[in-house]
Design a protein around this ligand. Structure first.
Ligand code: ADP
Length: 546
């Protein structure tokens, strides 16, 4: 037995007994009981008693031998003793019950399952001992075919069983080793994931499909404490909207939404009591295997307090400055009007100068209005019955002189009349903005088309009727990436900034706020270098007011 024994657990008494000796002992006890009952005469046979004694000795040795102090291979002595017991028992029952030799199957299985390859040879030798012992103790050598079969059948069957059990054991061990390796790799991967998760500033939580938490890093624990997270309710008691005051209802909280398997990006909210509040931008992603099995959601929360505070300071500054500028500007515009009304500017040769001042003052006023509108938390709309077809035509008429000067063709397509309930001046502002962008971002020779589509039954969830105001141009177009930020305040595409085209990047954010307030939506289709199409889709009835 030079090969290393693969299973080291055998050195424990309990294991040696339960995994090795107990099946044989059970088989032997059944045999003893049956013999005592059915062949009582055989019990007193000295060889039978010797077989019983050897069985007892091997079983007692299981518990007496200090296996830990011996080489692990030493355990082999027990199955070998069992084989000797079987050989003796079979000899004692040679005339009455020769099949008792099949008891050898238990030590053979033990040997071939738990020990190295050499144990197979021991098993076969043991089986030969069992069948040949009668000859060794003086019985006549086999002479008939049946006797020869009796001599070799058991060793042959034992060889087959031993080889099969050995093969199965090898396979099992290889599988187990592989499973151990995979498990070890999984444990290492988890340690790595944990370490990475704990070393980033963002909070990371993995929710399993059943809602339990799979992984949660340090930052997530801190944010949970700050947000007053109530585990039993799956809700935060101190989560506020962007105004930092309005508590967010549980079902709108990002944690709750992530738990429900929802995916989202950039959900902005504040957590914590006033004075200690932090701004969090949260993303939620569903985790799926390559086969599409759902493994839950991962919620990541970035602390964007500094950024949010900087934005707030910028907005407060812009609002304050805009207000300060508006008052004197209103006064300048007023006095310019008085000047124009009370003096014949043509006669005194100041007409051009004054109208230039007037134009620039108006432009400045428009910019200040945009700044104030864009920074207002909400825009109030006052819907009333209006002919939107007329508004569309008026807006087109207003830009016509500018378009002509720029060498851009403007076309209008609107029905004769279309009455809806909207805030006429705000929707006029939206159309002006889109037309103005069309002209700004379309080179000379291009075309800007304005149309009113009084659509079909469609779109809205309620299935109500909608209409669209569409402005398309043949201008510079907008890249797919920029389209995502188009409605953000102060966003301007790189090409536009490079061309030094005038603008603050506020128009579209105002457009969106107004359209939102009407319960509508904006659809954008554009390709860089191939023009753009902006469609304002509004419900025909029941305009929402905010
Ligand atoms: P502004 O025009 O003052 O820059 P807007 O909010 O109206 O601000 O538009 C934001 C940005 O969107 C623009 O700077 C420009 O990059 C892009 N954009 C808007 N409309 C168009 C258009 N019709 N064609 C190409 N780019 C456009």
């Amino acid at each position: 037995m030079t090969e290393a024994v693969p299973e080291l657990e055998l050195i424990r008494h309990r294991d040696v007994f339960w995994r090795g000796q107990s099946p044989f002992l059970a088989g032997a006890l059944v045999l003893f009981a049956l013999v005592a009952l059915c062949i009582p005469g055989a019990v007193a046979h000295p060889l039978f008693l010797t077989g019983v004694a050897v069985t007892v000795v091997s079983t007692v040795l299981v518990f007496l031998v200090p296996w830990n102090a011996l080489p692990v291979e030493a355990v082999v002595i027990i199955p070998l003793l069992d084989i000797v017991a079987v050989a003796i028992l079979r000899e004692s029952l040679y005339e009455t019950l020769p099949s008792a030799g099949f008891l050898i199957i238990f030590p053979v299985v033990w040997l071939s399952y738990r020990f190295p390859f050499g144990a197979i040879l021991l098993s076969v030798t043991g089986a030969l001992l069992v069948t040949a012992l009668p000859i060794l103790v003086g019985r006549p050598a086999p002479s008939t075919g049946r006797e020869w079969v009796e001599l070799f059948l058991l060793p042959a069957l034992v060889s087959i069983v031993a080889v099969m059990v050995f093969g199965a054991a090898q396979l099992l061990r290889a599988t187990r080793a592989q499973a151990d390796r995979v498990l070890q790799e999984a444990v290492q991967a988890e340690i790595l994931a944990r370490t990475v998760a704990d070393s980033v500033d963002a909070s990371i939580v993995h929710f399993r499909p059943d809602g339990t938490v799979g992984l949660r890093n340090h930052a997530a624990n801190e944010q949970a404490i700050l947000a007053g997270y109530d585990q039993s309710m799956h809700a935060a008691t101190a989560a506020y909207d962007v105004d930092r005051r309005t508590p967010i209802p549980t079902e709108r909280q990002s944690l709750h939404r992530a738990l429900n398997g929802e995916e989202f990006r950039g959900d902005l909210f504040w957590i914590g009591v006033p004075g200690e509040q932090r701004a969090i931008a949260a993303n939620s992603s569903r985790v799926q295997t390559a086969d599409g099995d759902f493994l839950g959601t991962v919620l990541v929360g970035h602390d964007v307090t500094d950024l949010a505070n900087a934005v707030a300071v910028r907005e407060e500054f812009l609002v304050a400055v805009s207000h300060e500028l508006r008052t004197p500007l209103t006064s300048i515009i007023g006095y310019l009007d008085i000047l124009a009304d009370t003096h014949d500017l043509e006669a005194i040769g100041m007409s051009r100068e004054v109208s230039t001042i007037q134009r620039n003052a108006d432009q400045l006023h428009a910019i200040i209005s945009d700044l104030l509108t864009a920074n207002a938390n909400e825009i109030r709309v006052r819907p009333g019955p209006v002919d939107v077809a007329n508004i569309v035509r008026e807006c087109a008429d207003t830009v016509l002189p500018r378009a002509t000067a720029l060498g851009i063709e403007v076309t209008v397509d609107a029905p004769h009349r279309f009455d809806v309930e909207i805030d006429a001046s705000r929707i006029g502002q939206v159309i002006d903005n889109l037309l103005s962008n069309g002209l700004k971002y379309t080179p000379a020779g291009g075309r800007v088309a304005l149309s009113l589509e009084t659509g079909a039954e469609s779109g809205t969830e309620a299935g109500g009727r909608e209409f669209s105001v569409v402005v398309s141009d043949t201008g510079i177009g907008i890249s797919r990436e920029d389209q995502r930020q188009l409605f953000d305040r102060f966003f301007r595409a790189q090409e536009v900034r490079d061309r030094a085209t005038q603008g603050l990047g506020l128009g579209l954010s105002i457009v969106r706020t107004i359209v939102d307030a009407h319960g509508g939506r904006i659809e954008v289709a554009s390709r860089l270098g191939h023009g753009s199409r902006f469609a304002i889709v509004l419900p025909v009835r029941q305009p929402r007011t905010r």
